[in-house]
Design a protein around this ligand. Structure first.
Ligand code: DX5
Ligand code: ZN
Length: 219
């Protein structure tokens, strides 16, 4: 079942004040934060792993949407579950075959997390179709993963439209370069989970940006 959500990406916040920043943009249990895990291998950047997420958890009531940009997601299922991840989203590009993907989905669910699969801009969205029945979410990247603050790729919208058309009840997430000026385009294509990093944290009033973006997906 579909639920509209704006997910501020903490990658863009002041990391020295992680808990304060999370509570500033996602104060209640109805709110979400997007946590980008990068391993310097699948993507050319490092961020943080389960230890940081685990430290943040007791300070936040928000839903933890964890986006794993890592080469070996299966290695981190147990640690992420113990850290308090609510959604575990891995990239289809690192899976060697369908069997590996299926068993990873099972492991994530057995650890009581929701499960999502992400696709990079150059990856066909059809690669996730065989798994959708077992997934909570598909994440369509609208930038090359690895860094915040990049330009939105509007040419990813056909992927969102195709997912929405084929799977009306699926939560479809978009991530990268999104803000108040292009959220309508994402929502119109059918995305209902919208990640926003720079547009939220570089704003004078982050809460205001979130509220105005929420209005866009609820209408
Ligand atoms: C990029 C990350 C995104 C990033 C989005 O690799 O997956 O979640 O933080 O940041 P903005 O909204 O600034 O593109
Ligand atoms: Zn992300």
């Amino acid at each position: 079942t579909r639920s509209p959500a704006i997910l501020p990406s903490l990658l863009a916040c002041d990391l020295a004040k992680l808990a304060d920043e999370a509570n500033r943009v996602a104060p209640t249990s109805e709110d979400y934060v997007h946590l980008d895990v990068m391993d310097g291998h699948f993507v050319p950047n490092l961020s943080w792993g389960a230890p940081v997420i685990k430290c943040l958890k007791p300070h936040s009531k928000a839903f933890f949407d964890v986006h794993l940009m890592v080469s070996e997601p299966a290695k981190w299922v147990k640690d992420m579950a113990e850290a308090g991840a609510n959604m575990f989203t891995f990239h289809i590009e690192v899976m060697k075959d369908e069997q590996e993907t299926r068993s990873l989905i099972q492991a994530i669910k057995a650890a009581n997390m929701k499960c999502g699969i992400a696709v990079k801009p150059k990856t066909a969205v059809s690669t996730v179709f065989p798994f959708v029945d077992d997934l909570d979410l598909v994440l369509v990247m609208t930038v090359e993963p690895g860094f915040g603050g990049q330009a939105f790729m509007a040419d990813m919208m056909p992927k969102v439209e195709e997912l929405r058309e084929k799977f009306p009840n699926l939560d479809v997430e978009v991530d990268g370069g999104i803000g108040p000026n292009n959220i309508d385009e994402c929502a119109k294509a059918g995305a209902n989970w919208i990640v926003a990093g720079s547009s939220v944290f570089k704003a004078k009033n982050p809460q205001e940006v979130i509220v105005s973006m929420k209005r866009s997906i609820e209408k």
